[in-house]
Design a protein around this ligand. Structure first.
Ligand SMILES: [Fe+2]
Ligand SMILES: [Fe+2]
Length: 173
């Protein structure tokens, strides 16, 4: 049976649960840590792209608090520093587990800002973002992004707010 279509917020929340689950698996894992870390990076790269390209601009358009949106963008870019570190290292490296742990804490904080009462998702809903239409757009874009990613050589995440620490650079709009 085909999966019921998810709206934008349902999709993003499902991603959050998936990555929380992966962080938990990493913490318990004895072997396969590299594989789990790679999955975490892939999930987060795709998720942040979908939010930054489609969901966040729609939120800004309907007038979700600007400070909240700006902080979300900077939190994404902060997380990308650690994602890039994980992509370039292996679980045998010094600090690798610590980087995974700190990334998981950053993501936990960020997810809370998105999901809490009066948070980003709640404001998007109350201000009338078209969640169904965005969900369709995001599902299509997700397929496209995944088709373009080689899981064995993940792309560097692209930042959009940083001036000093450049990872991959997204052209300024
Ligand atoms: Fe998110
Ligand atoms: Fe986010």
């Amino acid at each position: 049976m085909a999966k019921a279509k998810m709206n934008a917020v349902e999709m993003l929340k499902a991603d959050h649960r998936k990555v929380e689950d992966l962080f938990e698996k990493y913490e318990k894992a004895r072997g396969k840590k590299a594989e789990i870390a790679k999955k975490i990076c892939l999930e987060l790269i795709v998720h942040t792209m979908l939010e930054e390209e489609i969901f966040y601009p729609a939120c800004r358009e309907v007038g979700v608090e600007e400070d909240m949106m700006d902080e979300a963008d900077v939190e994404h870019d902060g997380a990308k520093v650690l994602i890039a570190e994980l992509e370039h290292g292996t679980p045998e490296d010094d600090y690798y587990d610590a980087k995974v742990k700190v990334l998981s804490e950053e993501i936990k904080h960020h997810v809370k800002e998105e999901e809490q009462r009066d948070g980003l998702f709640a404001q998007a809903k109350s201000k009338g973002v078209d969640l169904e239409a965005l969900g369709e757009q995001m599902a299509a874009r997700k397929k496209e992004i995944l088709a373009g990613i080689d899981e064995n050589s993940l792309p560097l995440p692209m930042t959009q707010t940083m001036r000093a620490a450049a990872l991959g650079q997204r052209p300024q709009a």
